[in-house]
Design a binder for this molecule. Structure first.
Ligand SMILES: C[S@@+](CC[C@H](N)C(=O)[O-])C[C@H]1O[C@@H](n2cnc3c(N)ncnc32)[C@H](O)[C@@H]1O
Length: 223
């Protein structure tokens, strides 16, 4: 049964709308892994590098600050284009890139630790990382609630978390696989606020001198 945007939410009495989630079954995980293993050959749409002036990189660098001797986790890192910039801009940082796709991970640069796993079951002890981020990967997690809870769990108290993803109000702008989901600002703010003491979000664009068009949202949280 296909549900429209509003039908995918239920409202508990007195609380914010909660998403009715699909399950990340073994079959669906396999399908997603295979799809991204295949997509790893498409360097145009899944590039290995990113211009560090792009705002998606700048918001991470600014919010995380000095990363000397810090542990950082890139959740759904793809080919590690963000992890590469973070590692290159900070001597003494230890960056881990985690992804479901081994083929994507094979492109992660040397110096970044690679971990093949699901973002809904992070293979790390609680409070392992000083900083955690997910750029355009939460949209593929299927079990969104669980993925956000996992990111918060592995974050140290006082640690910082950034999620950059797409605004559901722009849904339909691109072709998307059946499992993909975009978000409302308040939806992820509510999920993050369960474990984090400060949470905020803002619209971002690619370039500093171009006003955001509302497609990309960056969520910032401190545990
Ligand atoms: C659109 S790409 C973004 C990659 C990277 N964050 C970037 O911005 O370059 C989404 C990534 O999420 C990964 N992914 C999808 N579902 C995942 C899951 N359940 N657990 C971990 N990684 C997942 C995919 O393999 C893919 O590399």
């Amino acid at each position: 049964m296909k549900l429209n945007f509003w039908e995918r939410f239920r409202r508990k009495s007195g609380s914010a709308p909660v998403l009715l989630e699909k399950s990340l079954t073994p079959e669906l995980s396999r399908e997603i892994r295979q799809s991204f293993n295949q997509a790893s050959h498409d360097e145009e749409h899944f590039p290995s590098t990113i211009d560090p002036r792009i705002q998606h990189v700048q918001v991470l660098l600014k919010f995380f600050g000095d990363l000397t001797d810090k542990r950082v986790l890139d959740v759904g890192c793809g080919k590690g284009r963000f992890a590469r910039v973070l590692a290159e801009s900070n001597a003494g940082v230890f960056v881990t890139g985690l992804d479901i796709s081994e083929a994507m991970l094979a492109c992660v640069p040397a110096g970044v630790e690679r971990v093949a796993a699901l973002m809904t079951l992070l293979p790390f002890a609680a409070s392992t990382f000083d900083c955690v981020y997910a750029t355009e990967s939460l949209e593929h997690a299927v079990e969104i609630d669980r993925a956000v809870a996992e990111m918060c769990r592995v974050l140290k108290p006082g640690g910082r978390l950034v999620i950059i993803d797409k605004n559901v109000e722009h849904w339909g702008r691109f072709q998307t696989p059946a499992w993909e989901r975009w978000f409302r600002r308040e939806e992820l703010e509510t999920l993050l606020a369960r474990d984090c003491r400060t949470v905020r979000s803002e619209f971002i664009s690619y370039w500093e001198d171009v006003a955001p068009d509302g497609l990309f949202i960056s969520w910032f949280a401190e545990k």
